[in-house]
Design a protein around this ligand. Sequence first.
Ligand code: FES
Length: 269
Amino acid sequence: MTTTATRPAGPRPRAAIAARTLRTDRWWVAPLLTVTLLVIWVAYATVRAFMQKWYFVEPYHYLTPFYSPCWSKACSPDAALFGWRFLPAWRIVPYAAITLPFLLLFRLTCYYYRRAYYRSYWGSPPACAVPDLHKSYQGESRMPGILQNSHRYFFYAAVLLSIVNTIDAILAFHSPGGFGIGLGTIILVINVILLWAYTVSCHSCRHIIGGRLRHFSKHPVRYRAWGFVSKLNTRHMELAWTTLGTLVVTDFYVMAVAAGWISDLRIVG
Ligand code: FES
């Protein structure tokens, strides 16, 4: 004879345990580290975006990603992609004001970053087996959480931005005599490769490539692409952090050379 257990409707009450959590490890280290690193990164990026100097090394055509595409009227003519310069040259308008909001929203709505800041900033929950700091959970099925579903559209914007960053990296193979390679070129190229890896490993990208298919066997190319993206997707968290690091390293190197603090290490040209 089989019996069917029925559960009362509504949220399941928490087990009657007095302790806030039974975890004895230092579970708070990860959220604390996330908060600290994200605050430092955002502070650095904000200062740099509004600094409006030391963003371009003219002889080698190194342009920092924080100023790309450089479309302000105040941009150096050589730094402006396609020669376009139309944004007002005001202190409060970053030179890359067209693209920075998309970049920010792409990261802000990223599945991994959501997990990171829901846990670290919102305590929802702070860690596995640690209770939520909030009494109720609304998820992402209503306002404002439902706006997180716009992530797939920011993915398309991020692809365009990665193309722009790729053009910057190609243009960095430059010297006053023509072709050239320096340490800055290598840093820009590594940065753009990792930015592509992060963008392509996006969960939305994985769904765009392999979603809504009934038979993978009838779509071998998409199946192969989906397999590749799925492998990268398992590294999405690492890529999210690594690219934050490479963006800062790339920007700092360009700033240091542009400011004359160091000379670019030239390999060719
Ligand atoms: S899920 Fe992280 S970038 Fe799309």
